[in-house]
Write a protein that binds this ligand. Structure first.
Ligand SMILES: Cc1ncc(COP(=O)(O)O)c(C=O)c1O
Length: 343
């Protein structure tokens, strides 16, 4: 049977045999009592990797972001984020539903906004009739913008702005590992600018489930409480934590291969007439392109019939994500399929 080439997301990656072995062998205990040795080891390892005092294993990236926002805010507060941020576009309205907070959107460029754009949005402390600005949030790499990297100088400047106004600074670092591998800036050198970070284990790193949040000991103590309140206290979770630990120890450097595959794909797509692609925005493992003369739905259906699964990003945009379960040969095959569709 012909293998399907699945480029919808890096979340479709399946645990490797070695990862499954680590899961099988994991020592476990009741993590709600903090007695799961593997979960404890993962949290210690992740905290060190991110240069933070403490870390917590949570079920997903959405749970990670939302716990962080909940701990940092009170109902009626406001979080400033980019208009295409995951917390705004793809988290089911959770900031309002779970924490009673509202989002103030910045019109960034390719997912990146500057301190000059943010400063006018910070509400004066004296304005009791307005929502209270409490957090600035940055997503790095930026999913809906196509895996773009936020420049470290901009992150530093935003962090200084947050400090000046006594605001918290949160990182949605679902793919911070991709940014790190591409720039050579360590995860800790990114994380040090933020009060809280949320990072995924289940995307390019290949673990089946889970994210890490990190911050100060006090922050994580509170996050632990919120995780339990939201039903995220899991028992013998070491089976999953073992996969996360394996992912962090073994799978970060190989993300570079995904970036190379994305560049190969982008280069090939740029030569196909009728497709629009901004190659300079292909900075990590996500490739966005726009087909002319055909609806996205039609394009996706034709690709699927030919054995290639693709996804969508913004309206009218097709999204291909490279990952460990797709080879360079399969990228070539996918390119040929796309070429044929555009003939
Ligand atoms: C930037 C970003 N943040 C958060 C998430 C949420 O992760 P999860 O699907 O594990 O909830 C994603 C998922 O794609 C993401 O791309």
């Amino acid at each position: 049977m012909k293998k399907i080439i699945d480029l919808r997301s890096d979340t479709i990656t399946k645990p490797s045999q070695e990862m499954r072995k680590a899961m099988y062998d994991a020592e476990v205990g009741d993590d709600v009592y903090k007695e799961d040795p593997t979960a404890n080891e993962l949290e210690k390892y992740a905290a060190e990797l991110l240069g933070k005092e403490a870390a917590l294993f949570v079920a997903s990236g959405v749970m990670g972001n939302q716990i962080c926002l909940n701990v940092l805010t009170q109902p009626g507060d406001e979080v400033i984020c980019e208009k295409d941020a995951h917390i705004f576009q793809y988290e089911s309205g959770s900031p309002a539903a779970l924490s009673g907070i509202q989002l103030s959107l910045v019109d960034g460029t390719n997912g990146v906004f500057t301190p000059e754009q943010v400063e006018p949005l910070i509400r004066p402390e004296s304005a009791y009739y307005m929502a209270r600005t409490k957090v600035i949030e940055v997503e790095n790499t930026h999913n809906r913008a196509g895996g773009t990297i936020n420049p470290i100088g901009n992150i530093k400047a935003l962090s200084e702005l947050a400090k000046k106004y006594n605001l918290y600074f949160h990182l949605d670092g679902a793919r911070i590992w991709n940014a790190s591998v591409e720039t050579g800036i360590s995860p800790a050198d990114y994380a040090k600018h933020f009060d809280s970070v949320s990072c995924c284990l289940s995307k390019g790193l290949g673990a089946p489930i889970g994210s890490i949040i990190a911050g100060t000991k006090d922050f994580i103590k509170e996050a632990y409480r919120v995780r339990k309140a939201w039903g995220g206290g899991m028992r013998q979770v070491g089976i999953l934590a073992a996969a996360g630990l394996f992912a962090l120890k073994n799978n970060i450097p190989r993300l570079k291969e995904d970036h190379i595959k994305a560049k190969v794909l982008a280069e090939a797509l740029s030569k196909i007439s009728g497709l629009t692609i901004q190659k300079e925005l292909v900075q990590t493992n996500i490739v966005m392109f726009i087909p002319s003369k055909m609806s996205v739905e039609n394009f996706l259906a034709k690709a699927k019939d030919a054995g290639v699964l693709l996804g969508t990003g913004k309206v009218g945009v097709i999204r291909a994500v490279t990952h460990m379960d797709v080879s360079t040969e399969e990228i070539d095959q996918a390119t040929k399929v796309i070429e044929k569709i555009m003939l």
